[in-house]
Write a protein that binds this ligand. Structure first.
Ligand code: ADP
Ligand code: MG
Length: 270
């Protein structure tokens, strides 16, 4: 019972089923199967496996594009020795996602400029995307602006709901929100909407005590901080700017290299 196969019709059906990998592989795979006498089930399994593997790769690429992460910042390239107060084990546990994202718990990174907050936030985001989670990285002022526009168009609730699809929303430079941005309190509404539902990762160069300018009034600041820190992991990166430190270290090495005689003089070592 050898029915002829209509290649064009098969390709159309595979497109309709959204199976692009099987569509591109089947001519080559079926030819090989015929040549080598594969059992039909083996051919089917091989094609299906390729589709699934490709689908995971496509999903990762899509999630990476939509996340808008700054490039080149990974956990591998983060020097944990430079931040002794930060537990690498704790960060690695967070990078697996799981419970804290399921519970909508938050992570807050506080430290001076250059301490590595954005790097660490980005690296965590990337690790989570690799685990299949969806992440959005945004400067807090940019997102605030977007939400304010939505509010003007009476679409704030919908704009906030659209962010629900992200398991993690990274709000970089949280404490940089300006006074006029604070007045509309869109950030407060975002925090309230995500509370215990969806996670936030904030970076800030100011400790909580200095967050009054982010919200319209002290009561709202208190309420916002209360929700944010409830079941949050808070890392304080109290270190000098990494860039400044590496620049100083390079300078020191250059100086040392320029004076080799002094350091190799046996008399000086006595
Ligand atoms: P912050 O957001 O705290 O101001 P960044 O994360 O932007 O600081 O760090 C400034 C620069 O220094 C970036 O290029 C970052 O990759 C690098 N950097 C900071 N801390 C580290 C670290 N511990 N290991 C490797 N690079 C770091
Ligand atoms: Mg930063």
């Amino acid at each position: 019972m050898n029915h002829p196969i209509d290649d064009a019709a098969l390709n159309l059906m595979l497109s309709e089923l959204r199976l692009p990998t099987i569509k591109s592989l089947w001519p080559q795979f079926t030819a090989q199967a015929d040549r080598e006498g594969w059992p039909a089930a083996r051919l089917l399994a091989a094609l299906t496996e390729h589709e699934i593997a490709d689908r995971a790769r496509r999903r990762f690429q899509r999630h990476l594009r939509e996340a808008h992460l700054p490039g080149g910042k990974t956990l591998d390239s983060f020097d944990f020795n430079a931040v002794p107060m930060l537990s690498k084990a704790h960060v690695m546990a967070l990078s697996a996602g799981d419970r804290w994202l399921d519970e909508g718990a938050n992570v807050i990174l506080i430290g001076p400029p250059g301490a590595g907050k954005s790097h660490l936030a980005t690296a965590l985001g990337l690790a989570l995307i690799e685990r299949g989670y969806r992440v959005l990285f945004t400067r807090t002022t940019d997102l605030t602006q977007r939400l304010q526009l939505a509010r003007q168009e009476l679409a704030l609730e919908a704009a906030i709901a659209k962010l629900d699809k992200y398991h993690l929303l990274i709000l970089d430079d949280f404490a940089y929100v300006t006074k006029d941005q604070a007045e509309t309190s869109v950030l407060f509404e975002l925090i309230t909407a995500r509370y215990e539902q969806r996670s936030l990762l904030l970076t800030a160069n100011q400790p909580f005590g200095k967050w009054q300018s982010i919200f319209p009034d002290p009561a709202m600041t208190l309420a916002a901080v209360d929700r944010l820190v409830h079941r949050a992991t808070i890392f304080e990166l109290n270190v000098d700017s990494y860039r400044r430190r590496t620049a100083l270290e390079h300078q020191r090495q250059r100086r040392a290299a320029a004076q080799p005689a002094a350091s190799t003089d046996p008399a000086a070592a006595q």
